[in-house]
Design a protein around this ligand. Structure first.
Ligand SMILES: CC(C)(COP(=O)(O)OP(=O)(O)OC[C@H]1O[C@@H](n2cnc3c(N)ncnc32)[C@H](O)[C@@H]1OP(=O)(O)O)[C@@H](O)C(=O)NCCC(=O)NCCS
Length: 160
């Protein structure tokens, strides 16, 4: 098993998070302003995976207490680290935080051609609930995927 830890990110992690964005998404990466917003907003949080040398993945989430909904806006593991369980670790950590916040519905969008990610989300209990045309650009639709959990009676905790 890899010596990878998963933890909540802070503003100090911004350069490392941008490096993950660059390695995973290139020109389609989130801007530094967007990543910073996930780090500082009260209704958002970022989870980072790191080994002894560098960041090996990240997940950016939004949490709506009113809707009791957690949204995974981005989940990424750089190419060389894929297929070793890091993505699943990040997903589980996001869900743990959602659960602690009392959120009962978890949602995300994923490109319809992204078989690996769809397979990961399916195996963690997400179902396709809709199709969003042109979500990633013209002719690039996304599945809207949803996971519904229990009653959501977790304590109201601040994620970061
Ligand atoms: C999707 C992504 C996050 C998965 O991360 P990962 O670290 O490779 O995933 P894991 O090793 O934890 O595998 C989790 C699950 O993904 C699926 N998966 C992983 N590699 C796969 C492959 N080559 N083919 C099919 N499914 C695969 C499996 O369901 C796997 O479950 P298992 O652990 O029971 O085998 C990663 O491929 C990635 O960053 N891709 C580019 C960015 C992206 O597409 N993000 C998602 C946008 S919504």
């Amino acid at each position: 098993m890899l010596a990878v830890i998963v933890r909540l990110a802070s503003v100090d992690d911004l350069p490392g998070l941008m490096s993950v964005e660059e390695r995973c998404f290139g020109t389609e990466k989130f801007s530094q302003e967007t990543v910073l917003a996930f780090l500082i907003r009260d209704d958002a949080f970022v989870v980072v995976a790191e080994d002894s040398r560098e960041f090996v993945g990240s997940a950016m989430c939004l949490a709506s207490s009113e809707e009791r909904e957690g949204r995974i806006a981005s989940l990424a593991v750089p190419g060389p680290m894929r297929g070793r369980g890091v993505g699943a670790m990040l997903l589980r950590q996001c869900e743990k935080i959602f659960e602690g916040l009392g959120l009962t519905t978890y949602t995300l969008e994923v490109e319809t051609t992204n078989e690996k990610a769809i397979s990961m989300y399916h195996s963690h209990g997400y179902e396709v609930a809709g199709l969003i045309q042109d979500f990633y650009g013209l002719g690039r639709p996304a599945y809207f995927m949803v996971k519904k959990t229990g009653t959501g009676e977790g304590a109201a905790v601040t994620p970061s």
